[in-house]
Design a protein around this ligand. Sequence first.
Ligand SMILES: C[S@@+](CC[C@H](N)C(=O)[O-])C[C@H]1O[C@@H](n2cnc3c(N)ncnc32)[C@H](O)[C@@H]1O
Length: 200
Amino acid sequence: MADLFHDKAAEWDQRPIPAQISEGVFRALREAVDFSGGLRVMDFGAGTGLVCSKIAPLVDRVLAVDISEAMLAQLAAKPELQGKVEIRCQDILHAPLGETVDLVVSAMAMHHVEDTDALLRTLHDHLAPGGRVALADLDAEDGSFHPPETQGVFHAGFDRDDLRARLAAAGFVDVEFTTACEVHRDARGYPIFLALARKG
Ligand SMILES: C[S@@+](CC[C@H](N)C(=O)[O-])C[C@H]1O[C@@H](n2cnc3c(N)ncnc32)[C@H](O)[C@@H]1O
């Protein structure tokens, strides 16, 4: 499988929009999630670890899951993550991890996965009883967020009501949405939601 983030990985952390989103998502996570008690966390689509780096000090262990070797190489080099993060470069929709976590977080990865229902079922399967997901991505937009030639973008954001129904169909309960932040590009605003739900 081609690594669609190969050419973006080295300068990903210098981009203002991923930095703004990871800040906003982390703030929203801190407000919504009780991080006490030594959680085992999966960051789905962890990339270079912008979100991992922020949550790692609060949790017992982070599994950084991604299919981009180049993005994960950046993550692996971060000193603040040494000893805290385990890296899994695999497509868990087709090759499950074989272990469960207490919390799955994800920032801006869902729109890169074509089959949202299969993804939600996979994340549900990777949760321990009572575990939670906290999934951040673009609210439904007109397709202008990514340049037109961008490969591997399957969704122009997500409609919250539609995603709520999909989360319920995948077996999640207590579904809630909050707005993590809004990023701006070319004078347009793009809100980013954080969807929270519990394994039913
Ligand atoms: C827009 S980047 C976001 C990275 C990081 N979460 C952040 O906020 O900076 C999307 C990431 O999702 C990853 N991704 C795409 N499809 C994936 C899949 N099926 N499984 C795991 N990761 C995937 C990409 O490789 C990329 O690193």
